[in-house]
Structure formats: structure tokens, C-alpha cells
Design a protein around this ligand. Sequence first.
Ligand SMILES: [Zn+2]
Length: 446
Amino acid sequence: MSVYDLVLRGGVVLLPELNKEEKLNIGISQRKIAALSADEMEGREVIDASGSYVSPGFIDSHMHDEEKEDGDTIEKALLRQGVTTAIAGNCGSGPLGDEILPFRREPWINLGYLTGHKKLREAAGAVDRYLPATKAQIEIMRSLLRKELENGSFGLSIGLEYLPNTPISELEALFEVAVDFPKIWVPVHIREDGPASVRATQEIIDLALKWPLRFQISHLGSMTGFGQLAKILEMIDRARAEGADITFDCYPYDAFCTDLGSAVFDPGFEKRWGKGKEALEVASGPNRGKWLNEEGLYERLRKEEPECLIIAHVIKEEEVRLCLSHPECSIASDGLLKGGHGHPRAAGTFPRALRLLREMGASWPQAVRKCTSLPAGMNWLDKGLIREGADADLVIFDGDKLRDTATFTDELLPPEGIKWVIIGGEPAVKDSEVLGGPKGELMRRN
Ligand SMILES: [Zn+2]
């Protein structure tokens, strides 16, 4: 009998694409799943998984690891909730490879980057967020994008709400470059939230019907969870039936989070959300914990501290649930921290989403599919499944105890119920504690 490097014994293995769960042992050798069966297995190391579920490691297709000094904190927060692979640089903020990759040689999770439209613009000298890039600037953006995609970037991320007057022709000039590459992913933070999110979604659907690229509407619940969601899900379903390659993701919270100085908080937001400054909480920096209805605070921070993060408690909870329950909705954290602070989604998204999905009647395989094989497929990643030959990225959890504990006041509290996280065949987390050094790999699109 072969002796494996590591054996996971007696767990209930979740097989999301087969919609099945089965009590099986897993033998791991040389970073891969070498055997999967009910037979006895011998290992140099053995983890008793009996009474627990064994799932593919969670895949977070939307997170932000662009703040150099927050890399370790956010990667560990994701790791403790069972995330083994993530794609960073969403919403147009993906930095150029030379600016970030040297600082991410040893990530805590497997990590890939997108190239951000906003960063391409900045590098080309287009810094006014209300003005379109010039022809000459677009030429520079095109050649930078080509270089980044050649160097393994996972695609082009777009954040139109942050650059609200971007003409479609500017994006299409970049798509002309992107179509030369295989397996390019184009996640979009749409141009407008609230009632106007209907036309903002239609704009991306039209692009997805026209261009042979894979589009994603990012954090759909936080853009359209103000009464528009049911209609928008129908629009996306129809577009998919017509052949558009378009999907979406969602995080399981009724509050979103972004920079106060961004165009999202330009005057007029009350009308869009039906809520005002009393629903906006400062989440980072020296004023953390204050609310923006404090006299003069909005005006002062917009001027003096535009980079501070704001949590906007403005989304309808029932719409978040509706979004999560759609069979094609993948779970993604949108995790973003500054100085170690931000929204609890960075530490709680996956356990919280799984618990909500179970409450809404999903089976365990159906629920974990949204965290594993669905986002892996979207990104052409050869991950997200438990089968012989697959990367040994796994999470072992107690189905009864699994829950998030991170709150808006203590946003990095680790979840309960995550017993083990395994990356590349090596135990990386035990009972919420990160073990040893980083075990992830910096990934390139292939
Ligand atoms: Zn975004």
C-alpha cells in the first residue's frame, strides 16, 4: 500500500459538480490529490476529518490586495475563512505587475492579479476621473495592457462608477487588445448603482453580446440591491440565453464599502439609496467608528482624508438573499482593508454565505459550488474540485458550527467551524490559527 504525504481520513467529501456528498478518504502527495476512495489509506501525516465536511478550497474571484502594507492581513483573513485562491485587482484598481508582484512573491493564498482600467489610465497620464482619456493616452493604455496580459494578468478589470464619464469607445479600444489573448476575464463594477443600475447593467450586457470576452458584473447585490435586483437577474438570464458570456458575484452583507473621496460619494447619493449620511460609517483612519451625519464631517473628510473607507448601510437584505440564491451567482468577498481596517466581508464572507445558502434550502454541494467550482470555471482555473490529480487545496469544516463572527466594529474576527485549511497539500490553518509561513503561489494566467 502506498504511503501518502498526508491523509484526510473519514470526512464527508463534497463534490459540487456532481451535487453529491460521500464519506471518503483523501490521499495527498506532492501537492496533489493522489487518491480518493473509501479504502483505508496510510499517510506520513493523518488528519481525522470524521464528523466534518471536506470541501475544495474556496475561490474568491473578487478581492482587493492592492494596498501593499495590508497584503498579509487580508490574505490571512481570507485564508482563515477557507479561501485558498483569490483574484485581486478588481473594480479597475489592479496595479501594473511591476508595481505589485515584487511585493507578493510569497502570498498566504494562491493569488492572481487583474489589470485595472483606472491604473492603465493613470499610467498614461489620464488622471481626471471626469474626463475621457485622449487618443494618445489610449494608445499608451493599449500597449501597457498588452504587456500585462502577455505577462500573465488574468484580465481587465473596470470600475465605471469611479470614472463615470468613460466613453464606451475607450473600453472598446482596450477590448481590441484583450481579444488577442485566450481566457481573458473582464469583471465590471458598473457605472451607476441604485435605480440607474438597470441601464448600467444593460450597458455591460450589450458589450457582452458584442465582444467575444467573458464579462462579470461585480458585487451585483451592492449595485442593485435597492429594488432593482429581480429585474436585473432576469436581464442577465436573458442575455446568457442569447449567448452573452456574462456572470456575476455577490457578498452576503447589506452594506458596501469604498473610499469616501470616490465618485460614489459625490453629492446626490441620498437620492440613489433612499438613505443619507446617517447610514454612512467611517471604517478606517483616525475617525473610524464615526458616522457622517456628524456636523461637517463629510465635508471635512472628503477634503482632508478622501482615501478613508466608508461603510454604507444602504442595501436591502432581502435583495442580497435573492442574489445569493441565484444558481449562477458566485460568492466573492470584495475584501478591502486600509491600515488593517475595513468591512467584515474580508473575514466573514464565505462562512456567512454558506450559512445563508443553507438556511435558504441549498444542499451542501450546491452551496459550496458557489464558492469553488463555479468561480474556478469562470476564471478557467484548474481548481475548485476534489478529484484525483487536482491541486490539494482543501477546507475541512464543521457544518453545524460554521458561522462568521466578524462585525462592523471588529471586522477581522475569524469565523467559527473552520477546522483545517490545506494549500498545496500542506496544512495552513488549524482551528482558525494560521500555521507557519505563507504557502500560496503567485499565479499567472495560462
Ligand atoms: Zn467594486
